[in-house]
Design a protein around this ligand. Structure first.
Ligand SMILES: [Zn+2]
Length: 339
C-alpha cells in the first residue's frame, strides 16, 4: 500500500517553498470528500482508502487530489504535482486540487477550527507560491451539478477566511514591509511602486524590488517563462526569464523589462483557436478583452471561460450573424476582427 506524508501548516509551507513544479498551475480547486465524513477519519488509513478507491475502483492513475486537509488540521500529500488532478470533469488542466475531509452540506458537518485554519493557510500558501489571485480559487460546484465543497460553505466566506489568514501572515506581511517610494524607475536595489500597483512598462531591472516586479513576475510565470518565486525581487531568475521572453518574442534581448517587453508580453495571442467553457489562460483573456471592447460584456477579464464569457460569445455570435454555439473559434474570431 502506498504511504502518504502528513504536514503541519509550517511544514507544508516549507515543503511548498522547496518544491519544483514544471507543470503550469493556474487555479486551485476546493472540494469536500462528502464520504468519508469527518467522523470517519482515521489518519493515513483514510487517505489510503481514497487512494485505493480512486486507483482500483475508478481506474485512475493516482489518488485524485494533490492535498487532503484532515479534521485535526494537517495537510496530507497525494497526487504528483506534475499531474493534473481528477477533480472536475473536463476542467482539470492547470488545477491544484484540495480535498477537505468531511460532508459540508447544510445540516451535516461543519468546516471549522483546526481544519479551517489549515485549509486557509494551505490555500494562501499555494496562492503565494504559484502567483494566483482569489479569482483563481474554484469550487467544484461552479462546474458541476454537485454541491461540492458543501452547501454550508459559501465561496465568499471561504475566500474571506483565506484573505484573513494572508492579512495576518504570509501574503500581505511582505507587502507591508515595502517602503513607500516614488513610481520612478530605479537603477537598482530600491523599491519600485506605483500608485496603481500594476506594471505597465516602467523600466525594471536586476536589483529592483516591489509590487511592480511582482506584477512582471506574475506575467512571466503566466506565460511559462519561469521567473522563479513571485517574490517581488528582480534577481537572476527573473532576469533570465525576461531574456527568455525577449528572445521568444523577437525583441532586443537585454534582460531589462521596459515598454517594449511589456507590449510584447501583452500582445494578443488568440488567433481563433477553439475556446470553450472551462478553458483557461491567456488566449481566453484575449477573447474576453475583445468581447469587452466591442460591448459584449464577458464579465471580469480573468482568463476563465465561465458562463458569463460563454453568454457574451453567444451575444456576439447572434449580433454578427454567425452560428450561435457559445464556442469561440475561427469564425467568431474573423467576425470579431472584421470591420
Ligand atoms: Zn468535488
Amino acid at each position: 500500500m502506498r504511504s502518504f506524508k502528513r504536514y503541519s501548516i509550517q511544514e507544508f509551507k516549507r515543503y511548498l517553498r522547496g518544491v519544483q513544479v514544471r507543470r503550469r498551475i493556474d487555479h486551485i480547486q476546493i472540494h469536500h470528500t462528502w464520504r468519508p465524513r469527518k467522523s470517519d477519519y482515521q489518519g493515513e488509513r483514510t487517505i489510503q482508502g481514497m487512494y485505493h478507491y480512486h486507483t482500483q475502483t475508478r481506474g485512475w492513475q493516482d489518488i485524485a487530489q494533490h492535498f487532503t486537509v484532515s479534521p485535526d488540521g494537517y495537510i496530507w500529500d497525494g497526487r504528483s504535482l506534475e499531474l493534473n488532478p481528477a477533480g472536475i470533469a473536463g476542467h482539470n488542466q492547470g488545477g491544484l486540487m484540495f480535498e477537505m475531509i468531511g460532508n459540508f452540506d447544510e445540516g451535516e458537518e461543519r468546516l471549522e477550527g483546526d481544519q479551517l485554519h489549515a485549509v486557509a493557510h494551505a490555500v494562501a500558501a499555494c496562492q503565494e507560491r504559484f502567483g494566483l489571485n482569489d479569482d483563481r480559487i474554484v469550487f467544484h460546484r461552479e462546474y458541476s451539478a454537485k454541491t461540492c465543497p458543501g452547501t454550508s460553505i459559501s465561496k465568499r466566506w471561504f475566500i474571506e477566511q483565506v484573505r484573513r489568514v494572508r492579512g495576518g501572515g504570509q501574503l500581505s506581511s511582505r507587502q507591508t514591509r515595502v517602503k513607500p517610494a516614488s513610481a520612478q524607475p530605479s537603477s537598482g536595489g530600491e523599491e519600485v511602486r506605483s500608485s496603481t500597483s500594476s506594471w505597465n512598462g516602467q523600466i525594471l531591472r536586476r536589483g529592483d524590488r516591489g509590487e511592480l516586479v511582482r506584477d512582471l513576475q506574475r506575467m512571466l510565470a503566466e506565460q511559462g517563462y519561469q521567473p522563479g518565486p513571485i517574490d517581488g525581487i528582480y534577481g537572476p531568475q527573473t532576469e533570465a526569464a525576461v531574456r527568455r521572453a525577449q528572445r521568444e518574442l523577437n525583441i532586443a534581448v537585454d534582460g531589462i523589462a521596459g515598454p517594449q517587453t511589456y507590449r510584447a508580453l501583452t500582445a494578443a495571442s488568440w488567433r481563433g483557436e477553439i475556446l470553450r467553457r472551462g478553458d483557461w489562460g491567456r488566449k481566453v483573456r484575449d477573447l474576453q478583452r475583445m468581447l469587452a471592447e466591442r460591448g459584449y460584456r464577458p464579465g471580469p477579464i480573468d482568463g476563465i471561460y465561465g458562463p458569463q464569457t460563454e453568454a457574451a460569445v453567444r451575444r456576439a455570435q447572434q449580433d454578427l450573424n454567425i452560428a450561435v454555439d457559445g464556442i469561440a473559434g475561427p469564425q467568431t474570431y474573423r467576425a470579431l476582427t472584421a470591420r
